[in-house]
Design a protein around this ligand. Structure first.
Ligand code: DCT
Ligand code: MG
Length: 441
């Protein structure tokens, strides 16, 4: 841990490293000083950010403003609020007074103003006004439709379309993704539980095992970080023999489609060629793998079957994801071990009136990576989004390196650095290893 829990008035603070320790000036007369939380490094990838934290109210307020900025496509402002919220998530205690934040990084003027107001008045006018704003509500509702981004949502909002029902009535021509998004709107806006993710994992494992024996599948995204719910389920697929993974996605998708398990799918090909593309491109590192965005049809029966099988520890596949490259056969999330005895059918999602539903729609993302890039893909797809952004920022600004979900490029040495595990990548970047459960920035 980088921080000291509290500091006595007047005790000197050493600055060991400008990234690890931030100077915290404490004045004798300041009544807040004795409670000051000190010494948090400024990049989120230098800190442990757990799932459970101590400042939910403040983080909630900053997150609303971050979301509003993102929906308005004001990226810089969104990131500033996200960084401030992430800093608060990594604090070891609840903040009671703004003075306790003295000297901490990542807290810009605007974020500090919001924090102070919430601490002093129990709420923030800007946050409340945002939550009540027609535009914010409409943008949230419209971008909640799978296949709809802020640009399209904003255009519709200006035409007076505020809800999915308005859109349906408008007669607008929708693309295939948007049609599916509208059709499954309610389901796709319900959280996906870990039990549901496990059920889908079993089925995708079967598909992968049938079309390419020896292929390996790993649950990534929020569930790998220990979250118990998410907005989708993300899997990374690879094969220990480099090259065998080529064409795998098409086969897996065909298998799933033949079983009637996909309500929608769009597959994109792997377009990453190291020599040709160069390290600095593309601007987004998310879109160069063979990838499938889909909507999965999960039946109550499939969920029930997994619920029973996953409570039996003998049926569990290898869950140790900290050794990469993978050596086991098929893998599941490292966090699934925490779920012993907890997997159950969520009644709120699965009950319908007096009866029960026979299936629900779930967003499913599949990514295929060549074995040699697996560690980078695993690190890049585990998230959180802010943690990934901070890793890339650290690499560029502090190490003159370019990190992507494919590779790490050292600009000074002009060479690609290989890594067989996430631990190796952190070491190459000169960072302490942060396990997935500490990447919830
Ligand atoms: N990712 C990223 N940058 C993006 C989008 C995604 O680095 N712009 C990475 C980090 C997380 C991973 O991909 C999966 O993306 P999501 O499913 O959107 O995130 P999540 O953390 O899994 O969130 P949720 O639990 O809600 O699914
Ligand atoms: Mg996810």
């Amino acid at each position: 841990m980088w921080y000291t829990e509290s500091m006595q008035v007047g005790r000197p603070v050493d600055i060991l490293d400008r990234h690890k320790l931030q100077l915290c000036s404490v004045e004798r007369e300041d009544p807040d000083a004795e409670l000051a939380v000190v010494s948090l490094p400024s990049y989120a990838c230098q800190r442990h950010t757990p799932l459970q934290h101590h400042n939910k109210g403040l983080i909630g307020a900053l997150s609303i403003l971050a979301e509003n900025a993102e929906l308005s496509e004001n990226e810089g402002r969104g990131v500033a609020f996200r960084r401030a919220a992430a800093l608060l998530k990594s604090l070891p205690q609840e903040i009671g007074r703004a003075g306790q934040l003295r000297g901490l990084p990542c807290l810009g003027d605007h974020s500090l103003r919001v924090i102070k107001e919430v601490l002093e008045d129990g709420g923030c006018r800007e946050v409340e006004a945002t939550k009540e704003s027609e535009q914010f509500k409409a943008m949230k509702a419209l971008t909640g439709i799978f296949g709809v981004g802020p640009k399209t949502a904003d255009r519709w909002f200006r035409e007076g379309i505020h809800t999915p029902s308005d859109l349906q009535r408008s007669g607008h021509t929708l693309n295939r993704a948007q049609q599916a998004g509208l059709q499954h709107y309610d389901d796709l806006n319900l959280p996906v539980t870990k039990a549901e993710a496990d059920a889908i994992c079993l089925i995708v494992e079967r598909a992968v095992g049938e079309v390419l024996p020896g292929a390996e599948i790993t649950l990534i995204g929020g569930f790998r970080r220990g979250k118990q719910t998410g907005h989708d389920v993300d899997f990374l697929i690879t094969h220990p023999e480099e090259g065998r993974e080529e064409g795998l996605m098409v086969k897996v998708v065909s298998w799933l489609e033949a079983q009637g398990l996909l309500l929608y799918q769009k597959t994109t090909r792997n377009s990453y060629l190291e020599g040709k593309d160069g390290p600095a491109r593309p601007p987004s590192n998310m879109d160069r793998f063979e990838r499938c965005f889909s909507i999965f049809r999960l039946s109550a029966e499939q969920l029930r079957r997994t619920t029973h099988s996953t409570t039996d520890p003998s049926s569990r596949v290898n869950t140790d994801l900290h050794t990469v490259p993978p050596q086991s056969a098929l893998r599941r999330s490292d966090s699934s071990a925490q779920m012993d005895g907890q997997v159950r059918v969520e009644s709120s999602v699965w009950s319908q009136g007096s009866g029960s539903r026979s299936w629900r729609a779930v967003r499913l993302d599949l990514v295929v990576s060549p074995y040699s890039q697996f560690a980078f893909a695993l690190l890049g797809w585990t998230g959180s989004k802010l943690f990934e952004r901070e890793l890339r920022r650290w690499a560029v600004h502090e190490r003159a390196m370019t990190l992507s979900s494919h590779t790490l490029y050292d600009s000074r040495q002009k060479l690609y650095l290989r890594a067989g595990s996430e631990q190796e990548i952190f070491a190459l970047l000169g960072l302490e290893y942060i396990p997935p459960c500490g990447r919830n920035a």
